[in-house]
Design a protein around this ligand. Structure first.
Ligand code: CA
Length: 659
């Protein structure tokens, strides 16, 4: 009896001391977000509160390595320490010049209490706009090479909220229309995955600094829960790595308004600072391209009577760009290897140095230089990476020698090398390798058919933009993107990083562009990209009064504010030019016409601005009369307001020039 009492007493002491150690918490700098971490015998978990609402309920954490060797059992906390961080850093280019990085961190060290006594650390950072956490496997005796077969990370929500998603594991990569559904009805989805909670908050789940790891997709596993589903290698393992290693950050952005997700810089803040020494060759660019003509069937990518990339056509584009002050030109199809079936999964063998018939690289580059136009290089791999990587050095050297500093690289194909997912670890490592190579050759990169952006542009600012969603090209040869598509992108795909959507189609009636002309203009402000195409043909821009806006609109910004927005419905954004005192406004709507009054208090107090308003014509409608527009000018100050009238599928773009 006495012995039993003693034993009970001992057990109680042990349990109390375990309990004391097994729950830890950390709050955001403003105290609104609280993360609670707990460990028990066979699991480690976290939950998140926003103000007093439990946003994420107790959710699993952990990695499974090799065959069912879960690194979550019998984990005890060996130590934990907290840090506070607050700095403001400057972007070399971007949607906002100065970014504040302010968080509280808790670093939790865990160790198996029995068996191999392996160690794993989990680092949580809590910002005012959300949470990021990652796993770290430190160097240790009983772990060397590691094969991760599953990641147990979960996001358990308080209710069956609705979210906006595109499916993962599909042949067209990220190029799908978004669906909105309850959590219980989602497919396995890509991130960013954006959610409106039933209590009116907005969350976006994504990842930051995706390096040497598989990308995270999300699978619905019941009970309002999404589980991390790492994209596998062809051999079905998920990640091949070795200790020491860290995973990407799992991120949850949390805001009251959907627009605040857009001005959250949490993803960038969870990436490493710029590590390129010399970035003097990195410049944001606005460009025209021998491109849209191929998509609408006017030109061919391949050698033919109406080949797009001929020396003569390149000179025609260069002349137009030069006259209009557009300094960059992309030319697709200039090299050998193009055929009418180039986009099929056939491992096409492109040359990256040999010119197609009727095209002289040297003549075009020299002519462009004489007209003060820079050529943008183009590599279409067709996902035949063996062929590309065998030529990448000479191909990039050729551009460097020609003083070309920008390149677009395509990976059209359902699998890389007919084998691996674009978003698996193989793909992640491939895109990183190419980006590093490009930096060596002083080339900025615009990846099409890319890996999703996860903020790497902070570390490698030569990663300028990318595709990774359904862009304008779908308006040439599919049923087209519906009007709400560009009202969803800012709250989903664009949270991850810049997109080369290629706006600016003026000749709308003969295409499947389901917008008005004014909405095409507004997209230059709505969709941030430091590399923006003026997609249409020179003849469709020539003498068009609205082309002035495309010439004037900047691509590099001092500041960005989202004035209003509802996901899939409408959005109004204003941005200040980084190189002048001017502001620009873009406002777009879905298929519903919309009237709104915009308060101009973002303008500098006491200053007068000339507002040039590019609006939908009175009779404009995206499906019936899309090219109807009007241009008005007026003087405004920070106390003025402007009435916007958006047509169905319409938009409005305004330039505010400070007098
Ligand atoms: Ca594409």
């Amino acid at each position: 009896m006495k012995r039993n009492i003693l034993l009970t007493l001992l057990l109680t002491i042990v349990l109390i001391s375990c309990n004391r150690q097994s729950q830890l918490s950390v709050e955001s700098p403003d105290g609104n977000i609280k993360l609670v971490f707990s460990s028990s015998e066979n699991s480690v978990q976290y939950k998140i509160f926003y103000i007093d609402t439990e946003i994420i309920k107790n959710s699993a954490l952990g990695l499974v390595i090799k065959e069912n060797d879960t690194l979550t059992n019998n984990l005890v906390i060996t130590s934990s320490h907290k840090n506070t961080y607050d700095e403001t850093w400057e972007q070399p280019w971007g949607e906002k010049r100065f970014i504040r990085n302010n968080y509280n961190e808790i670093f939790v060290s865990l160790k198996e209490s029995s068996g191999k006594q392996r160690q794993i650390n989990i680092i949580f950072r809590v910002f005012n706009d959300g949470v990021g956490y990652r796993y770290e496997i430190p160097e240790q005796p009983n772990l060397d090479s590691i094969i991760i077969t599953d990641e147990l990370t979960e996001f358990k929500f308080a209710d069956n909220h609705e979210g906006w998603w595109i499916p993962a594991y599909r042949d067209n990569r990220y190029e799908y229309l978004y669906k909105k559904s309850a959590l219980s009805e989602i497919d396995t989805v890509h991130t960013p995955f954006t959610i409106e909670t039933n209590d009116g908050f907005y969350l976006s789940i994504h990842e930051a600094n995706l390096t040497n790891y598989a990308s995270m997709t999300l699978a619905s596993v019941g009970d309002n829960t999404l589980k991390c589903d790492l994209v596998p290698w062809a051999d079905s393992t998920k990640v091949k790595t070795s200790a020491p290693m860290v995973t990407p950050w799992r991120t949850i952005q949390i805001t009251d308004k959907p627009g605040d997700l857009i001005t959250s810089y949490l993803i960038l803040n969870l990436n490493e600072p710029n590590r390129l020494d010399d970035i003097s060759w990195i410049n944001p660019v606005k460009y025209m391209g021998i491109w849209w003509g191929m998509h609408i069937g006017r030109y061919t990518f391949w050698e033919s009577d109406n080949q797009g990339a001929t020396t003569a056509n390149a000179k025609y584009y260069i002349d137009f760009a030069s006259e209009q002050g557009i300094k960059y030109l992309l030319i697709e199809g200039w090299n050998t290897g193009w055929t009418p079936s180039w986009y099929e999964n056939l491992l096409h063998v492109f040359s990256f140095t040999q010119c197609a018939n009727n095209f002289s690289f040297n003549e075009v580059v020299d002519y462009a230089k004489s007209k003060k136009v820079n050529i943008i290089g183009y590599h279409e791999t067709g996902s035949n990476l063996e062929n590309y990587l065998a030529q990448i050095d000479s191909a990039m050297q050729m551009y460097e020698d020609a003083d070309i500093h920008n390149i677009k690289i395509g990976q059209v194909g359902s699998r890389l090398q007919l084998k691996e997912w674009h978003h698996g670890q193989f793909g992640v490592e491939y895109y990183r390798y190419v980006l590093e190579k490009a930096a060596e050759h002083k080339l900025t990169v615009n990846f099409h058919e890319p890996i999703k952006p996860t903020g790497l542009r902070r570390t490698m600012p030569n990663l300028m933009t990318g595709e990774g969603a359904r862009g304008q090209e779908y308006n040439a040869w599919s049923e087209g993107n519906p009007p709400l598509h560009t009202c969803i992108l800012p709250f989903t795909r664009l949270l991850a990083g810049p997109m080369d959507f290629t706006p600016g189609v003026f000749k709308i009636t003969t295409t499947r562009v389901h917008t008005t002309l004014a909405k095409q203009l507004a997209l230059y402000v709505i969709i941030f990209s430091p590399v923006q195409m003026l997609a249409d043909l020179p003849e469709n821009y020539d003498s068009h009064p609205a082309f002035r806006f495309l010439i004037d609109v900047p691509v590099d910004w001092e500041d960005t504010k989202v004035l209003e927005g509802e996901i899939g419905e409408y959005i109004t954004i204003v941005r200040k030019d980084r190189h002048s005192n001017d502001w620009y406004l873009g406002s777009i709507t879905n298929k519903t016409a919309r009237e709104t009054k915009v308060d101009l208090s973002f303008l500098e107090d006491g200053e007068v601005y000339i507002a040039t308003i590019y609006a939908d014509g009175e009779d404009a409608e995206y499906d019936k009369n899309p090219e109807s527009y009007r241009i008005d000018t007026m003087k405004v100050t920070s106390t003025s307001s402007v009435d916007l009238k958006l047509a169905p599928g319409g938009g409005c773009a305004i330039q505010f020039i400070k007098l």
